[in-house]
Design a protein around this ligand. Structure first.
Ligand code: HEM
Length: 240
């Protein structure tokens, strides 16, 4: 392993031991790379999320917290790009939370402020499958990958001051597992848990519902397929 990667992984582990910020790191990395458009090869895992105007869009509210937590680590691994560090922090967070080992390689390039992605590239939580397809197909994903990646909502919670929503999706939001799928399948929602319209959308059609059921029934299958989809997400718009 590259010495900078090893050092960053050690520092991230120290950070997660001290501060349970794994979920927001996963959200930071996803909001950086999820700006990708395969139509014109713009956006992607390029760290433009740290510049205004991209940092200021509503969808990215609160992510300065994650970037600030990573800044002292960046200083100690100066040779690593921000884009690599953001994605590594997410992969390491998922592993730390008990999730699958996600293949990772260094080599993402930081792009300048001028390459900030426009607003509107990330999904709207109040919308259902047609919208999710518009957004995720633009990144180059398919329906199965929409279901898999939504499973990352096993981690973390919504914050009223960031998104207007509130609460976690599962009873153990610092654990990466398949309970997100189990929860959304329950006919009676737990009043303490969150279900976004975009989460319930996965049950709207037979094909995606079957995938939710398969991942709820088989965590190993979820982990194996999630790791592949997440690696793809972490490399959108990048050449190695
Ligand atoms: C399918 C479309 C998606 C929608 C509409 C959506 C929407 C949201 C919203 C509204 C929040 C709450 C933010 C806050 O208030 O702090 C959130 C949090 C989160 N999202 Fe998503 N998301 C989607 C997909 C994803 C994907 C693909 C990933 C990662 C692979 C992801 C990872 C997370 C994580 C880990 C959190 C928790 C953050 C925290 O605890 O601070 N989401 N998402």
């Amino acid at each position: 392993m590259d010495p900078a990667e090893k050092k960053a992984r050690d520092l991230l582990k120290d950070l997660y031991d001290r501060t349970p910020c794994m979920p927001i790191m996963v959200r930071l990395a996803w909001h950086d790379s999820g700006s990708y458009s395969a139509k014109d090869n713009t956006g992607g895992a390029n760290a433009t999320i740290r510049y205004s105007p991209e940092s200021d869009i509503d969808a990215n509210k609160g992510l300065d917290i994650a970037r600030n937590l990573l800044e002292p680590i960046k200083e100690q691994v100066a040779s690593m790009s921000y884009a690599d560090l953001y994605q590594l922090s997410s992969v390491a967070a998922i592993e730390y939370a008990g999730g699958p080992k996600i293949p990772f390689r260094l080599g993402r390039k930081d792009k300048p402020k001028e390459d900030c992605s426009p607003d509107g590239r990330l999904p709207d939580a109040t919308k259902r499958m047609p919208h999710l397809r518009d957004i995720f197909y633009r990144m180059g994903f398919n329906d199965k990958e929409i279901v898999l990646l939504s499973g990352a909502h096993c981690l973390g919670k919504a914050h009223p001051e960031r998104s207007g929503f509130e609460g976690p999706w599962t009873t153990e939001p610092l654990k990466f597992d398949n309970t997100y799928f189990k929860e959304i399948l329950k006919p009676d929602a737990d009043p303490n848990l969150l279900r976004l319209a975009s989460d319930m959308a996965l049950l709207d059609e037979e094909e995606t519902k079957k995938l939710v059921e398969a991942y709820a029934a088989d965590q190993d299958l979820f982990f194996k397929e999630y790791a592949v989809a997440h690696q793809k997400l972490s490399e959108l718009g990048c050449q190695f």
